[in-house]
Write a protein that binds this ligand. Structure first.
Ligand code: ZN
Length: 112
């Protein structure tokens, strides 16, 4: 998961890493979605653009779409690791891990 190319490789497929799981912006269900890529994310892509607009950029092969997805994916992973580090520092990693895995669809821990 922390392979150095993961955030940009994922972006090149038109996908974003989110707390809803991996979402593919090429999917038509995002055509009119006014939400940011990931609620609560403070990256430039999420604080400035909607899913619908980024989807438009990706589908029109505008490089800005892939750059925004890369910025977001990098921020998501950095925030994830920062939260894990904080939990470790507070001796609460196991409960943080369980909560994080329960939030991430496809982790296999949604219904422990
Ligand atoms: Zn973001």
């Amino acid at each position: 998961m922390f392979d150095c190319v993961l955030p940009t490789r994922t972006a090149r497929t038109g996908s974003a890493l989110t707390w809803e799981g991996r979402i593919n912006l090429r999917n038509a269900r995002f055509a009119r979605d006014p939400r940011p890529l990931d609620e609560g994310c403070e990256c430039p892509a999420c604080t400035t653009f909607t899913r619908a607009y980024i989807r438009h950029l990706v589908n029109q092969q505008e490089i800005l779409g892939l750059r925004l997805l890369s910025l977001h994916n990098l921020r998501f992973l950095l925030d994830l690791v920062a939260a894990a580090r904080l939990a470790i520092a507070h001796g609460a990693f196991e409960s943080w891990r369980a909560d994080a895995l329960a939030r991430l669809p496809g982790s296999g821990a949604e219904n422990p």
